[in-house]
Design a protein around this ligand. Structure first.
Ligand code: NAD
Length: 470
C-alpha cells in the first residue's frame, strides 16, 4: 500500500508538538499571533490585490469581511487568552471531602483546518488563530476554487511559521481525502453539509473530534408591524454582500401578505439607491462576481427554473456567463414546492414568500433542516421572542441580517445540518482545547476508603447514607 503523501507532515508536527508546542507559555503563543498580525498588516495591499483576482470582490468588502475579522480575532485572543486559558477551580462535594478539583485547558494537539472559497482568507486564517491561541499545531487546506487566495495563504504560512508548527496543503478533493485518512486530534471544517458528512465519517474512523461550520437555508420573517424601509435597506445589503455567496445570507423571505405590495415597493426603492439598476450593477466595482463557471451555471439554472415554475422578477434577473455576473435579483411567488426553495441559493437571488399566519411560516421553517441563521424584522419584541422560542437555529438576528458574524463575544455556528461546534473568540479557542478534569486527592485517610469492600454492616450503613444523601 502506498504511503499517504501527508503522513510526514503529520509526524513532524506530532514530534514538535510533544517536544515543544504543548509546553509553550501563553506569552510564546501570543508572540506567534503577533507575528501573524504583523504579516497581515505588512501585506495588506498584497492580500487585497490577490483576493480581488478570485471573484472580483471590491477592496471595501475585502477589508470588512476578510482582513478585519482576522485581525479582530487575533486582537481578541491577545487580550483575553490569559482568561480563556485559566484553570477553573471547582468546589468539592461532601463525598470527596479533602480533595481539590480543577479544569485544566490543554491543547488538543495536531489539527486540520479545511476552508471554503466564499471568504477564503478569513475562513482559513480565523480558525488558525483559535488553533494557535489554544496551543495546537495545524495543517491548513485552503479552497482550490480561489487559487490566488490559496497561493497567498501558502506564502503567509511559509513566511510566518515553521512547517512542523503550521503547514499549508494546497489542492482539492484528492488532497483533502488523503488528509482526512490521517489521524488528527481535531478537524475544523468549514463548507457544505454534504462534504461535512464526508469529513465526519472520516473523523469517526479515528474518533477525532470535529467542528463543522456548515451552510443551509436561512429564512427571514418580515412582520406586518415593521419599518419597511429599514428592513428593505438591511435585507438588500445583507443578501447581496459578497454577491450572495455567504453562509449566513438570507435564503428566502417570508413577507406578511398585508404588506407584500408595500414591501416590494420599499425593496425596489432601496435596490435603486444601492445598485441604480440591474444593468448598472454589472459596471459598479461594489458588487462581486460568482466564483466560477460551475457555480455560475448552478445559479443561472436556479433562476431559469424559478421563472419556468411561475415565479416573477421584482428586480434584477440579468446574467452574463462570460464575466460570471448575476445581477442582484429579487423574485416573488415562492412556494415550498419550487426548486429554489429546496436548495441553499449561494448567489444573489432573493425569493419572497407570502404568509398569512406566522405559525405557517414557523411550521415551514421547522419542517426543514435547522438553519445557520434566522432573521426576524418586527417592531414587536414578543413577536420576535415567540419565533425564537418556537424554532431552532445556529444564530438569530432581530431587525438586521449577517451582522452576527462580527460580534466577538457570540458563538458562531450552526445546529445539526448547519453545523456542529462553534467558532470565534473563546468559543473558537474551546474547539481546539481539551477541558481536562484534574482531581487532587489527599494521601492517607479519604472518605471513599470508608466504603472499600468487604461490605460489612457499618460500610453498608455508610453507603446507604451516602447514596440517600447524593
Ligand atoms: P465545499 O464543502 O464544497 O468545500 C469546502 C472544502 O472541502 C474545500 O476546501 C474543498 O476542497 C473540500 N472538499 C470539497 N469536496 C470534498 C470531498 N468530496 N472530499 C473532501 N473534501 C472536499 O464548500 P464550498 O463550496 O467551498 O463553500 C460553500 C459552502 O460552505 C456553503 O454550503 C456555505 O454555506 C458553507 N459555508 C459555511 C460557513 C460557516 O461558517 N458556517 C462559512 C462559509 C461557507
Amino acid at each position: 500500500m502506498s504511503q499517504n503523501p501527508y503522513s510526514e507532515i503529520l509526524q513532524k508536527q506530532q514530534k514538535h508538538f510533544h517536544s515543544e508546542i504543548k509546553n509553550r507559555s501563553l506569552y510564546q503563543r501570543k508572540v506567534v499571533l503577533k507575528n501573524l498580525k504583523k504579516w497581515i498588516k505588512e501585506n495588506q495591499e498584497l492580500i487585497l490585490t490577490e483576493l480581488a483576482k478570485d471573484f472580483g470582490k471590491c477592496r471595501e468588502e475585502l477589508m470588512i469581511s476578510e482582513i478585519k475579522p482576522v485581525v479582530s480575532e487575533i486582537k481578541d485572543a491577545l487580550r483575553n487568552l490569559r482568561f480563556w486559558a485559566q484553570d477553573v477551580h471547582k468546589s468539592t462535594p461532601l463525598v470527596l471531602l479533602g480533595s481539590k478539583a480543577k479544569v485544566v485547558k490543554e491543547p488538543k494537539g495536531i489539527t486540520l483546518i479545511i476552508a471554503p472559497w466564499n471568504f477564503p482568507f478569513m475562513l482559513a486564517i480565523g480558525p488558525l488563530v483559535s488553533a494557535i491561541a489554544a496551543g495546537c499545531t495545524a495543517v491548513v487546506k485552503p479552497s482550490e476554487n480561489t487559487p490566488h487566495c490559496e497561493k497567498l495563504i501558502e506564502k503567509l504560512i511559509q513566511e510566518v511559521f515553521k512547517p512542523e508548527e503550521v503547514a499549508c496543503v494546497k489542492g482539492g478533493v484528492t488532497e483533502t481525502t488523503h488528509l482526512l485518512d490521517l489521524k488528527w486530534d481535531h478537524i475544523f471544517f468549514t463548507g457544505s453539509p454534504m462534504v461535512g458528512k464526508i469529513v465526519m465519517t472520516a473523523a469517526a474512523k479515528h474518533l477525532t473530534s470535529v467542528t463543522l461550520e456548515l451552510g443551509g437555508q436561512n429564512p427571514v420573517i418580515i412582520d406586518k408591524k415593521t419599518s419597511l424601509k429599514d428592513a428593505a435597506q438591511k435585507l438588500i445589503w445583507g443578501k447581496f454582500f459578497n454577491c450572495g455567496q455567504s453562509c449566513i445570507s438570507p435564503n428566502y423571505v417570508f413577507v406578511h401578505e398585508s404588506i407584500h405590495e408595500s414591501f416590494k415597493i420599499a425593496l425596489k426603492k432601496e435596490y435603486k439607491k444601492i445598485f441604480e439598476s440591474a444593468e448598472a450593477s454589472n459596471k459598479t466595482q461594489s458588487f462581486a462576481r460568482i466564483v466560477n463557471d460551475q457555480h455560475f451555471l448552478r445559479v443561472q439554472n436556479l433562476l431559469d427554473k424559478s421563472l419556468e415554475e411561475g415565479m416573477t422578477i421584482v428586480a434584477g434577473g440579468i446574467t452574463d456567463r462570460a464575466t460570471k455576473f448575476v445581477s442582484p435579483t429579487i423574485l416573488e411567488g415562492l412556494t415550498t414546492d419550487k426548486t429554489i426553495f429546496k436548495e441553499e441559493i449561494f448567489g444573489p437571488i432573493m425569493p419572497l414568500i407570502s404568509y398569512r399566519n406566522v405559525d405557517e411560516a414557523i411550521r415551514i421553517i421547522n419542517e426543514n433542516e435547522k438553519p445557520l441563521a434566522l432573521y426576524v424584522f418586527t417592531k414587536s419584541k414578543s413577536f420576535a421572542n415567540d419565533i425564537i422560542s418556537k424554532t431552532s437555529a445556529g444564530t438569530t438576528v432581530v431587525n438586521d441580517t449577517t451582522i452576527q458574524f462580527t460580534h466577538p463575544n457570540l458563538p458562531f455556528g450552526g445546529v445539526n445540518n448547519s453545523g456542529i461546534g462553534k467558532a470565534h473568540g473563546e468559543y473558537g479557542y474551546k474547539e481546539f482545547t481539551n477541558e481536562r478534569a484534574v482531581l487532587y486527592q489527599r494521601r492517607g485517610f479519604t472518605s471513599p476508603k470508608l466504603i472499600y469492600p468487604p461490605y460489612n454492616g457499618f460500610k453498608r450503613w455508610v453507603i446507604k447514607v451516602v447514596t440517600w444523601w447524593v
